[in-house]
Design a protein around this ligand. Structure first.
Ligand code: ASP
Length: 328
């Protein structure tokens, strides 16, 4: 029997064309126009679509991600829905994908997809990407894999994938572990699995979470700014293995003593943070101060996780547990 997918359209380049007056791409296509570009789609799948928005993805906020997750949770348990696809701008696609992966605890395939070339450019990749997403979403092999990102015939896990190039069609990569699989000849083929996934059981989010990238000679003033602006969480992309310039320490101490969750990850593109160094500002010092370690996440994904964790609890011990206990 033909499967049925729910496709939630949120905007992005996959829905864009060049405006003749602006000479620049803006949202323009609706769901029917995008689906109609996929030849023979009605022969392989039934589609129900929701026009959630036509946002460029820099306009997508965590509150929109929560709204999208609520729509998915409302529909994914329906017997007649076999999977969900979300079309999305590529700029923040990995953030929405990771948000949905953490908050939705469901076996059916949930796929994020976008395009790098808009429909006014030669070689619009929206229809081929959406076709590959459909082939993945209707496959039994995609069950229980969590939220997946399908672009350029590659399948990546939401927790691992990042946008690596501003222009290239194969921009979405999992730099540390590689893709889970590929889409070839209208079929998804997986070469590896995800061993553990995290779930944060919350209906609420905390949007006041900042992200600070560390660089040599930085001081505490940016941290003080966020404390004074009422932020509830701060993610620090630290140096190397997880170390910061010593001048940042008074700000970190002040944040933690104000019950603000401080999560550290690395500005390196791959690898975990660890308390390897004992000098002032080193990982051991930061751990002793109560800084929470965010494993190998990039800063923007650690921020998404903290937005959800703080929605669930403001207790710093529980937040540390969410980040550092691999069994959760
Ligand atoms: N700026 C666009 C967006 O994220 C880029 C894209 O969709 O690929 O909406």
């Amino acid at each position: 029997m033909k499967k049925k997918l729910l496709i939630i359209f949120t905007g992005g380049t996959i829905a864009m064309e060049v405006d003749p007056l602006l000479h620049a791409a803006i949202p323009s296509l609706n769901s029917d126009e995008i689906i109609s570009m996929i030849s023979n789609v009605e022969e392989i799948v039934n589609v129900e679509s929701i026009n959630f928005a036509n946002f460029p993805s820099p306009h997508i906020r965590p509150k929109h991600m929560l709204e999208i997750s609520n729509i998915i949770n409302k529909n994914i348990y329906r017997d007649d829905i076999d999977g969900v696809i979300v079309t999305h701008g590529t700029d923040t696609l990995e953030e929405t994908a990771y948000f949905l992966d953490l908050i939705i605890d469901q076996e059916k395939p949930i796929i994020l997809v976008g395009a790098m070339r808009n429909n006014s450019e030669l070689g619009y990749d929206g229809s081929s990407n959406l076709s590959a997403a459909i082939c993945t979403a209707i496959s039994e092999k995609a069950l229980g894999k969590g939220v997946l990102v399908v672009m350029n015939n590659e399948v990546n896990a939401a927790g691992e994938v990042v946008k690596t190039h501003t222009l290239a069609l194969d921009t979405f990569k999992s730099p540390e572990f590689g893709p889970l699989g590929i889409v070839d000849n209208d079929e998804v083929i997986f070469y590896r699995d995800i061993i553990s996934r995290k779930h944060i059981d919350t209906k609420k989010i905390e949007e006041k979470v900042a992200l600070i990238k560390t660089a040599s000679g930085m001081e505490a003033n940016i941290i003080d700014f966020y404390i004074d602006s009422g932020y509830k969480g701060i993610v620090i992309e630290a140096l190397g293995r997880g170390n910061v310039p010593p001048q940042m320490i008074p700000g970190i101490e002040r944040a933690i003593s104000s019950n603000i969750a401080v999560v550290m990850v690395s500005r390196c593109h791959t690898g975990r943070v660890l308390d390897s160094y004992g000098y002032k500002g080193g990982g051991k010092h930061l751990r002793d101060l109560g800084v929470i370690f965010g494993d190998n996440l990039p800063g923007h994904k650690a921020r998404i996780k903290l937005i959800l964790a703080l929605g669930k609890t403001k207790n710093l011990k529980e937040i540390k547990n969410i980040f550092e206990n691999n069994n959760i």
